[in-house]
Design a binder for this molecule. Structure first.
Ligand code: GLY
Length: 592
């Protein structure tokens, strides 16, 4: 089992909680109550005002929303102003992003919504991840020579899993919202009908994906002007999508999974060479999953569980890093240790992570402190470990995409949601009369053991393709709680999501605010390829030289990555703040 207590270097003993997921209500109660009692006890012993330790019972009083598009952030606040809670706002933000940011997520895709309900501290991860169709086979993307046909795996209808977003939004409305699904969908319906102006990221991604989009007339008509990328500011209207959303608002999710829209989708996919059936659509199910819980230096983290690899990898990395005095370490030895922790967590991702409904993922082991102690023992203080030397055993060519938003309402309900259609504009295929592209999430499976996918990620049996299975994800929506602050964090970015969230978490713990977390220069290691990739300003040339002297290869990228959005409630000062990644022109954080 995980360790029972920890004393952080800031001198606060905050938690007597096991590091592994808690599944029973008694364990949940204990897990949630014990830290508070300990905080209160320690506060009294330390002579702190008890009120300081009791601040967690207060409410933020203000709402904060940070998302990848200003229209989505505004829509979330509109729904809060209409009497909705954070979960209704999450439906509005998700559905508006599905309209205006089809580069990244949509009702043709899926995602994970991590919810925290303030009134009873209930927490759950809503798994709306896509599922492989019933006719999917392990070798469906292999050509006659046994090589992965990359075009088949990422472009066009064969690349699409059965979408989960509509089912997830309906589930959230029914079980957690205060408003109806129809009410929360109104901003998205309005924007789909009235249109949104082309913005820089949309413009860039459209240019990059244009040739694939042109293969499919409905997608081409929806997004291009005479086959060309429209100019910035051109208003894109999606009346077909408005009708689909209206049908869902009026009739509920059944129309999408069993009714007229399901039939339209299945017919369109099959006519274009796909394998979806009405049975696949009807069989789609949302799963409520217990989040991964871990702690680090007295902070408590609640994060994504399988079929995301994110939470397990974050727990492994933090457990490794907890053995170092990172706070007082120079930048190069710190980056070396963080990169080595990343390397080891991504090796485990490749070997052991997959859909828990199909594969027995060893979550207890991978999130266990003793296991991490063993991994840490294999890290040399001044030498990189070549990935070849770790048991288990690549380059990215695609432009990843996905989206993340963070919400805190005035009552303290929280949502961390990371949603995706996988690569930019998903598989670029649009069924005529629908107005939305389908995902290419099937590429998140391992199409062939050890052969990298679009993100350079490898996988084996745990993540092989099987009918009805959910592909392994890196999406890592996360809630962080300290003694006197609560944060919500996440980002898109394909395989780099997990390490970006790790760096954001460490920055939160360094005492910085959301604007700092989201702006931070990033670096990443994913086991294979065996190099640290770094944003242009992540390291100075001297730091790169020092890391290379340790045996690391550092690839300094010409571009930046990620689009992180976070919110923070400082319970000591009462301040609520939010941050939107400066890497994107459209994102917006609003506290109101
Ligand atoms: N499609 C990216 C992910 O789920 O990790």
């Amino acid at each position: 089992m995980g360790k029972i207590s920890s004393t952080d270097r800031r001198g606060r003993r905050l938690s007597a909680r096991s590091k592994t997921a808690t599944n029973t209500s008694a364990a949940r109660w204990l897990a949630r109550t014990l830290p508070f009692l300990l905080i209160a006890g320690m506060a009294m012993l330390a002579g702190w005002p008890v009120a300081q330790a009791q601040d967690s019972a207060a409410k933020p009083g203000k709402a904060a929303i940070a998302s990848a598009h200003y229209m989505a952030t505004e829509a979330g606040h509109e729904i809060l102003a209409a009497g909705g809670n954070a979960f209704d706002a999450a439906i509005a933000v998700s559905s508006v992003l599905a309209v205006v940011e089809q580069t990244s997520s949509g009702i043709g895709g899926g995602g994970f919504w991590l919810l925290h309900r303030a009134e009873d501290d209930f927490e759950v991860m809503i798994d709306g991840r896509e599922k492989a169709p019933g006719a999917a086979t392990t070798d469906m993307y292999l050509d006659a020579e046994g090589n992965v046909d990359r075009d088949l795996a990422v472009n066009g209808p064969l690349a699409a899993g059965i979408p989960g977003e509509v089912a997830a939004l309906a589930h959230i409305a029914e079980n957690y919202g205060r408003l109806s699904l129809a009410e929360s969908l109104q901003p998205a319906i309005r924007i789909a009908r009235e249109g949104f102006p082309v913005y820089e990221k949309f413009h860039t991604m459209l240019g990059w994906k244009k040739d694939v989009i042109k293969r499919w007339p409905a997608a081409s008509e929806a997004f291009l002007l005479d086959g060309e990328v429209p100019p910035m500011g051109h208003v894109i209207k999606l009346p077909d999508m408005a009708e689909v959303l209206e049908a869902v608002a009026e009739h509920g999710p059944d129309v999408f999974y069993r009714g007229e829209i399901a039939q339209r989708l299945v017919d369109g996919v099959r006519e274009a060479g796909g394998i979806w059936t009405m049975e696949d659509m009807a069989a789609y199910n949302v799963v409520e999953r217990e989040p991964i819980r871990t702690e680090y230096l007295g902070y408590e983290l609640v994060t994504a569980s399988p079929p995301s690899s994110g939470g397990v990898a974050i727990a492994t990395m933090l457990n490794i890093l907890e053995g170092y005095d990172l706070e007082n370490m120079d930048r190069v030895p710190r980056a070396h240790r963080v990169a080595e922790a990343m390397r080891r967590a991504y090796r485990d991702r490749a070997l052991f992570l997959g859909d828990p409904d199909f594969y027995d993922v060893p979550v207890e082991r991978l999130t266990n402190q003793y296991y991490a102690d063993g991994l840490r023992a294999s890290i040399h203080p001044d030498k990189a470990t070549p990935s070849d030397m770790l048991p288990g055993n690549a380059d990215r060519t695609e432009r990843e995409d996905t989206t993340h938003f963070s919400i805190m309402d005035a009552e303290g309900n929280l949502v961390a949601a990371t949603l995706t259609v996988n690569l930019a504009f998903g598989n670029a295929f649009m069924v005529p009369g629908t107005g939305f592209v389908l995902n290419n999430e099937m590429d998140d499976f391992s199409a062939k053991p050890g052969v990298p996918n679009a993100f350079g990620l490898i996988g084996f049996e745990a993540n092989e393709i099987q009918p009805g299975k959910r592909p392994l994800s890196s999406m890592s929506p996360t809630i962080i709680r300290g003694q006197d602050k609560v944060g919500v964090i996440g980002t898109p970015g394909g395989s780099r999501i997990i390490t970006m969230v790790l760096l954001g978490i460490l920055d939160f713990m360094d005492g910085n605010d959301p604007e700092h977390w989201v702006s931070l220069p990033r670096y990443h290691h994913q086991f294979v390829p065996d190099h640290i990739s770094a944003e242009p300003d992540a390291f100075t040339p001297e730091e790169v030289a020092a890391l290379e002297a340790m045996g690391h290869t550092v690839e300094v990228s010409s571009r930046r990555w990620g689009n992180m959005h976070g919110v923070l409630w400082n319970q000591e000062t009462g301040a609520v703040s939010a941050g939107s990644d400066p890497r994107s022109d459209a994102g917006k954080a609003i506290v109101r």
